[in-house]
Write a protein that binds this ligand. Sequence first.
Ligand SMILES: [Zn+2]
Length: 279
Amino acid sequence: MMNSVYRWPDGKRCAAAFSVDFDGESPFLWRTRNQPTDVVGELEQRAFGPREGIYRILDMLSRLDIRASFFIPGIIAERYPQAVEAIDKEGHEIGLHGYLHENVNGLSIEEIEESIVKGKQAIEQVIGPRTMGYRSPAWEMTKPTFDLLHRHLIPYDSSLMGHDHPYWIDGMPEIPVQWLLDDAIFYRFTGGMASIPPTNPNIVTDMWLQEFEGIKKYGGLFLLTAHCWITGRGSRLIALEKLLTKLKNDPEVWWATCGEIAEYHRVHHADHFHETLGG
Ligand SMILES: [Zn+2]
C-alpha cells in the first residue's frame, strides 16, 4: 500500500486550517436573480454575517492567534469593503468565491469566467492586486472551471473532497473540504417547515473533535468551513472557541492557511497524490 500517509512539515502529524465562506446575502441574491422579490427576512438574517458575525470571528481568531482563509464573493466585497479591509489588516488570507455566489452547475464557460474575473476585481478594488486561491460557491466544480483557474493563474482550488489531505487534480493543488466539517449542514435554518431545527453547538463541536481525532490518526488535513451569518451567533462561537483552543494547543498539529498548505503541497508533493478529473 503506497501513498497512504501524507508527509507534513517539521514532523507534524496532521494539519489544521479554519476557513470562512463570507457569503452574506449573495446566495439569496443569486437564487432570486430572475425572480425579484421585496421580502427581506432572509436578507436580514444573512446580513447579520457581514454586520456582526464577521467581527466576532475576527476577534476570536485574534485571541487564538490563528490566521484563517476567507473566501469572499465579489458583491460582498463591494457591499462591505470595511469588513474585507478588517480581514486583510489582521493578516488573514483572502480568496475567491465567485461574484454573486454563482453555482457553476448549468453556467456557460463565459459566465463562469465572468464570475471569476468580476469577483477578483471587486476584492482587488478594496485590497489591491493579489494572488488568490479559489473556493467554488456551493462546492461544485467542472472541468472548464479548472481550465479557467489555470488560465487566470489561480494557485489552488478548495472545493472538493477526494482525499482528506491535499492532492493534485487536473494539475492543480486541491485543499479538500468536507461536508462534516461545514457549519451550514448543522445550523442553517431560514424558517419554513422544510428546514431541520439547528443542532446543539456542543454536539456539533463534539462531532468535529471526533473527526479531528480521526484525521490526526490518519495524518490528514482538518479544514473547518464556517459562514459568519451562521457561526457568528453567540452560542456557536462559544463552543467553537473551546474546540479551536484545544486544537491550537496540540503540538502535533501544523496550523496554516489554505494558501500556505497549497504552497507546501506544490513544493513538497509535486510527485505525489495526483488524481484525474472524473477519473
Ligand atoms: Zn459560499
